[in-house]
Design a binder for this molecule. Structure first.
Ligand code: NAI
Length: 344
C-alpha cells in the first residue's frame, strides 16, 4: 500500500508522470494536486484499469489552505514538478524567483502533514530548490536528509542516449553503467563514463572533439528542447520518464527489491546529513553541502551513497569538471539557503 502525491500534476511533466505512476501496480493511491485542472487529470486517469485509486485536489480559492493538506495526508512519496518551466534564453536560475516560493509553500505543508514522506523535487532550479526545501524542514524540526532528493535523473537518461549514439551501443543497455553527478544545470552536471570496462574501453576511443561535444550536450541538452519548443516550455516527456525512473527506484526500495545496476541513479542530496556523505564531501568535494551522487536506497531513504572516487574511476578530465561544478553549486546553494533564512 503506497500513496504517491504529485504536486503540479496537471502540468507538462505532471500529467505524463502521473500516467506512468497510475500504471505502476505497487501504487495503491495516487493523489494529484495542482492549482488548475487537477480534477480533470484525475478523472481521466481514474478510468485506467489499474489498482491505484486516483483523486484530484484543486484549491477552491487562493485562501484555501486545506485542499493541499488533504492531498498530502498519508503520503509515502511526494513528487514536486510544480512551478514554471524555462522559455528560450532563460537559465534555470532565472526561475528561482517564481519557483522557490512555490516549493517552499508545498514543503511547509509536507512538514505539517506527512513529515516522514520521501520528497522528490523536480521544480527548477533544483540546485537551489532542494536547499530551500531542506531549510524549511530544518526550521520545522522535521528534516530527514535521507528522504529529500533533487531529481537529476534526466541528465543520466540524456548521457546514456548521447553516449550510446557515439559508441554504437543500445541506449537502454547503458542504464546503470554510466553515472552523472554534481548538480542539475549546465556546468554543474558531470557525466562519469568509466564505470564498466566495455563502456570505458569504447569511450576511450572517442576523439577529444567528440568527448567534449558529448559533455557539452549532456550539460546543455535541456536547451535543445527549450529551443525546439520555442516558448511553449522545456523537457516534459523525457522528464516524466526520468522522474518516474527515480520514483521507481524509491518504490522498489519500499518493497525491498534488489537492484542489479552497477550504479544506481544519482540524486541531489544534503551530504552532511548522510551516513557517508559528510566524509565524501570533506575528502573530495570541498565540503560542499549538496551534490548529486548515486544513491543506494532502503525503505524510501538513502542507505548509503556510492563514492565515485572509490568505486567508479574518475578521470582527470572528469575531476576538472567536478571542480568547475563545485564553484557553480556553491552559489546556487547559498541562494536557496539564504532565501529561507531571510524570510520570516
Ligand atoms: P508546467 O508549467 O507545464 O507545469 C507546472 C504545473 O505546476 C502547472 O500545472 C501549474 O498549475 C502547477 N503549479 C504552479 N504553482 C503551483 C502550486 N503552488 N502548487 C501546485 N501546482 C502548481 O511546467 P513543467 O514543464 O511541467 O515543469 C515543471 C517544473 O519542472 C519547472 O520548474 C521546470 O523547470 C522543471 N523541470 C525540471 C527538470 C529536472 O530535470 N529536474 C527537467 C525539466 C523541467
Amino acid at each position: 500500500m503506497v500513496k504517491v502525491t504529485v504536486c503540479g500534476a496537471a502540468g507538462g511533466i505532471g500529467q505524463p508522470l502521473s500516467l506512468l505512476l497510475k500504471l505502476n501496480l505497487t501504487v495503491s493511491q495516487l493523489s494529484l494536486y495542482d492549482i488548475v485542472n487537477a480534477n480533470g487529470v484525475a478523472a481521466d486517469l481514474s478510468h485506467i484499469s489499474t489498482p491505484a485509486v486516483v483523486e484530484g485536489f484543486q484549491p477552491k480559492s487562493k485562501d484555501d489552505k486545506d485542499t493541499i493538506k488533504k492531498a498530502l495526508s498519508g503520503s509515502d512519496i511526494v513528487v514536486i514538478p510544480a512551478g514554471s518551466p524555462r522559455k528560450p534564453g532563460m537559465t534555470r536560475d532565472d526561475l528561482f524567483n517564481i519557483n522557490a516560493s512555490i516549493v517552499r509553500d508545498i514543503v511547509i505543508n509536507i512538514g505539517h502533514v506527512c513529515p516522514k514522506a520521501t520528497i522528490l523535487i523536480i521544480s527548477n532550479p533544483v540546485n537551489s530548490t532542494v536547499p530551500v526545501a531542506a531549510e524549511v524542514l530544518k526550521r520545522m524540526g522535521v528534516f530527514d536528509p535521507s528522504k529529500l532528493f533533487g531529481v537529476t535523473t534526466l541528465d543520466t537518461v540524456r548521457a546514456e542516449t548521447f553516449l550510446a549514439g557515439l559508441i554504437g551501443e543500445d541506449p537502454a543497455s547503458l542504464k546503470g553503467k554510466i553515472s552523472v553527478i554534481g548538480g542539475h544545470s549546465g556546468e554543474t552536471i558531470v557525466p562519469l563514463i568509466n564505470v564498466v570496462d566495455y563502456v570505458s574501453e569504447k569511450a576511450a576511443k572517442l576523439s577529444k572533439k567528440d568527448y567534449d561535444a558529448f559533455i557539452q550536450r549532456v550539460q546543455f541538452g535541456g536547451d535543445e528542447v527549450v529551443k525546439a519548443k520555442n516558448g511553449v516550455g522545456s523537457a516534459t516527456l523525457s522528464m516524466a520518464l526520468a522522474g518516474y525512473r527515480f520514483t521507481l527506484q524509491v518504490l522498489s526500495s519500499l518493497s525491498g527489491e534488489k537492484s542489479f545496476a552497477k550504479v544506481p541513479d544519482s540524486a541531489y542530496v544534503y551530504l552532511p546529513g548522510l551516513p557517508n556523505g559528510q566524509q565524501i564531501s570533506a575528502k573530495y568535494l570541498n565540503n560542499i553541502s549538496y551534490f548529486s551522487l548515486p544513491v543506494n536506497l532502503e525503505n524510501g531513504a538513502v542507505k548509503s551513497l556510492v563514492n565515485p572516487f572509490d568505486s567508479l574511476s574518475v578521470s582527470s578530465d572528469e575531476r576538472k569538471l567536478i571542480d568547475v561544478a563545485l564553484t557553480g553549486l556553491q552559489k546556487n546553494i547559498a541562494k536557496g539557503t539564504s532565501f529561507v533564512k531571510s524570510s520570516k
